[in-house]
Design a protein around this ligand. Structure first.
Ligand SMILES: O=C1O[C@H](COP(=O)(O)O)[C@@H](O)[C@H](O)[C@H]1O
Length: 224
């Protein structure tokens, strides 16, 4: 893991957008289409804004989330809504979005079809991950139902995850898929997340799922 500290979050977001543009450009030199996986949540919006303004051959880029809440796109907690509003817009409008959510009460009802639509977009070339202060990344939550399956060496591409204190069922790329991305970036902000990352080093992947993706990752951090 390579820890990069920035003077402030604005600089971090701009710098990371530039790095991602370079990573995507590099990947596009050797492949017709590349796959870019991005987090939802409250942190990555400014990176999406900056990256969507970059002139890239976006029509050759697949965009998918690292994880999604099992809610339709017009729901306030939809990660898809964030990505469509802030990343797949402006110059990036031509990127192809690969959804994890499909209309069904529970993910298991449609999982096989959703996963089949992703297989041609594997492996992930470039991934950005977030992390919560509880050391979860994507929707790999400590003590969640589904975590064991999501951490397995032979895990499927997508795994449903449930936890009593989460308002929605989650669907997440498995640790195997996230960790095997060619370029990995973790984007975090604040002292609480820095402390959580330090704590994670002494814990197991079950206790601190972020550990499952840290090998070879660049961790981008700003205090505020
Ligand atoms: O639930 C989620 O949380 C993480 C971290 O989100 P943040 O709001 O603390 O930045 C995020 O990376 C993940 O995609 C999201 O679904």
């Amino acid at each position: 893991m390579n820890f990069i500290e920035y003077p402030d979050a604005d600089i971090m977001m701009m710098d990371l957008a530039n790095v991602l543009a370079e990573d995507l450009t590099d990947a596009l030199h050797s492949k017709d289409r590349v796959t870019f996986a991005v987090p939802g949540g409250t942190t990555p919006g400014p990176v999406f804004d900056a990256l969507s303004a970059v002139d890239l051959p976006w029509d050759r880029v697949n965009v998918m989330l690292t994880d999604e809440r099992w809610v339709p796109e017009d729901h306030e907690r939809s990660n898809t809504a964030l990505v469509k509003a802030r990343l797949i817009t402006n110059r990036a409008l031509g990127a192809r979005f690969l959804p994890f959510y499909a209309p069904a009460e529970q993910p298991e009802e449609v999982l096989a079809d959703v996963e089949a639509a992703l297989l041609g977009a594997m492996p992930v070339d470039v991934v950005v991950l977030g992390m919560g202060a509880d050391m979860h990344t994507a929707s790999l939550f400590p003590d969640s139902d589904g975590l064991e399956n999501a951490l397995a060496a032979d895990a499927p591409v997508l795994v449903p995850v449930r936890k009593p204190d989460l308002p929605d069922v989650r669907i997440t790329l498995s640790a195997r898929v996230l960790d095997s991305a060619l370029r990995k970036h973790v984007l975090i902000k604040g002292d609480d997340k820095k402390a959580a990352l330090e704590k994670a080093h002494g814990l197991s992947r079950r206790e601190a799922p972020i550990k499952a993706v840290l090998d070879g990752a660049d961790v981008h951090w700003a205090k505020e």
